[in-house]
Ligand binder design. Sequence first.
Ligand SMILES: [Zn+2]
Length: 390
Amino acid sequence: MTRDEIRELAAFQADESKGACALSFYLQPDPPQDRSHRREAIVAKDVVKQALKSAAAIGKNGSLHADLDRVLDLATNLRGNARGRAVFACSAQNFWKEFELPPLLGTTHIYLQSRFQLKPLAALLGAQPALCVAMVDRQRARFFDLRLDDLRERGGLVHFLPRTAASYGYHGYDAGHAERHVAEEALQHFKAVAERLRTDYEKGTWERLIVGCHDVNWPEFEPQLHPYVKQRLIGRFSADVASVSNDEIRDHANAMLNRWITERARTKVSEAIDLAKSNGRGVTGLRRVLQALETGEVQSILLGENYSARAVECPNCGHIDARIVTSCAACGKPTRELADVCDAIIPIAIRRDIELFYLKDNAELDRAGNITALLRFRSDQTTGQIAAAS
Ligand SMILES: [Zn+2]
């Protein structure tokens, strides 16, 4: 799943005046130990049948029925793989997209709304960086991209030792000389790997890095990393490049990445709340977060895992208001009520590349109303500074 695909989903709006409806379906597979029971298919079919019933009850037109039939078909023909799935559909507007996802979606659920329901996706994507995993030893390097549980090998480097190095021992050189030569070759290799990481980073191939290598190689390799590559390093794990499997690489890297994301979110919550108190680059509470979103100040939004709040949105100008008012405070047109303000916030965040973090059991965030944001700047303070300077 690419960023462009997610943006496309976030930008989609069903034309309700024509009875169109945006269908979002998330399938959570059974845990591996229960896979023989096919419970997931039964649950999925129930969920779709319920949706069919309620769609009929509210008199939704035929196109939704067609979408639901197609999802039912998909649920019936699940061939028990352990991946999660998401479907986004609106046949009235000729839209159907299916994705395989990590099995971390919570529950199997179907949503029929005017926009696609992206919360399970946003919670999953969190602030997932474009991650590079570099597996390195003294002669080889293999580069992988890890995106949402999906590990792909992108390329590699092999350093061929010159013949003379390999045959040193047989030409009467002393062992120490041969060893120094091999060490020199390894150093050249590590330098080439570090250089490749730097150029790939500059090209935007990756944003964060995890390295897998033998413990003995790390003190040789690490000093070769460019300072700003080192700044992007999440961590290192111990592995034998020649024998490690792709599954092992993925599991090690995922565990490190998830720890890093959780820790980073926790740090950002504290930072946002502290900055909000000192009237700096942070805001807490829905009303202030919405204001900051409208002035384009927001860099990251941090939400309690189950955060939800009623709000209104203006279909005319897009203004979102935490107060339940019938006419828009910005343009005066009638508003429409949102059962959950996140349905409007998440697509905005995705479209504007604002980082979204969902946090479990964070007492500090709970006390701050379960919603807080870090800002790029404060527009009121920028104006103040200009006024002071002039
Ligand atoms: Zn308006």
